[in-house]
Design a binder for this molecule. Structure first.
Ligand code: ADP
Ligand code: MG
Length: 238
């Protein structure tokens, strides 16, 4: 589970083409990072995969199934929004339960999944607090918990740490990597931060103006950047 393929996917907003034809394969269990400068199309690409935007042409397959025209709720993917997307008036437990409630998951199953997620994220002691009573890092973990309980084929993260201070970013980076080791679920992670890309990724996709400049492991991109743009982005000495 968690294999995602894009076949000649394009996206235009009106007359403006943002994603020229793009092919990409994300393998089951991979931690894939999309990097590139602001405005290069990282979020658009993630939103196309999530189904939050329709492709202009091309095909998206998820776990072997044509998902191109499936609504987001049918794609078995969980988009992790930034922590400010939590409901301030609800407890952590209710925030985490919310997507399951919407999906009609039975109460005892909800309880089981909340306990599992809380344990994986070190939130067991905080389930009855409200988001306002938590630290930034804890709030971010609640946002991730809300995604975990949906038991998705893949997690999609769009710059999830950009609101956090530097020390917390390092912490959360390690926690998300640890979570990936634990769950072994496909993760697609968007960032414009080279350090996050180099330290977290199994595979880095370097984007520039909507197209892929290079795909490879951090080591491959560091050792053999295809051009100056990639080298500059990866911090390679070349
Ligand atoms: P990134 O996440 O890499 O910063 P985006 O995917 O947000 O880049 O944006 C890529 C390009 O698409 C930008 O030029 C942006 O202005 C444009 N864009 C994104 N969403 C829309 C939209 N809803 N309507 C029009 N243009 C958009
Ligand atoms: Mg973006």
């Amino acid at each position: 589970m968690g294999r995602i393929t894009l076949d000649k996917v394009t996206k235009s907003f009106g007359d403006v083409n943002v994603i020229p034809p793009l092919d990409l394969t994300i393998n089951d269990g991979e931690f894939v990072v999309f990097v590139g400068p602001s405005g290069c199309g990282k979020s658009t690409l993630l939103r196309l995969i999530a189904g939050l935007e329709d492709v202009s042409s091309g095909q998206i397959r998820i776990d072997g199934e044509d998902a191109t025209n499936l609504p987001p709720a049918k794609r078995k993917l969980a988009m992790v929004f930034q922590s400010y997307a939590l409901y301030p008036h609800m407890s952590v437990r209710k925030n985490i339960a919310f997507p399951m409630k919407m999906a009609g998951v039975p109460e005892d199953e909800q309880k089981r999944r909340i306990e599992g997620a809380a344990k994986a994220l070190n939130l067991t002691d905080y389930l009855d607090r409200r988001p306002g009573q938590l630290s930034g890092g804890q709030r971010q973990r609640v946002a991730i918990g809300r995604a975990i309980v949906r038991e998705p084929s893949a997690f999609l993260f769009d710059e999830p740490l950009s609101n956090l201070d530097a020390a917390l970013r390092v912490n959360m980076r390690l926690e998300i990597s640890e979570l990936h080791n634990q769950l072994k679920t496909t993760m697609i992670y968007v960032t414009h931060d080279q350090v996050e890309a180099m330290t977290m990724a199994d595979k880095i996709v370097v984007l520039r103006a909507g197209h892929i400049e290079q795909v490879g492991s951090p080591l491959e991109l560091y050792r053999e950047p295809r051009n100056k743009f990639v080298a500059g982005f990866i911090g390679s000495p070349k």
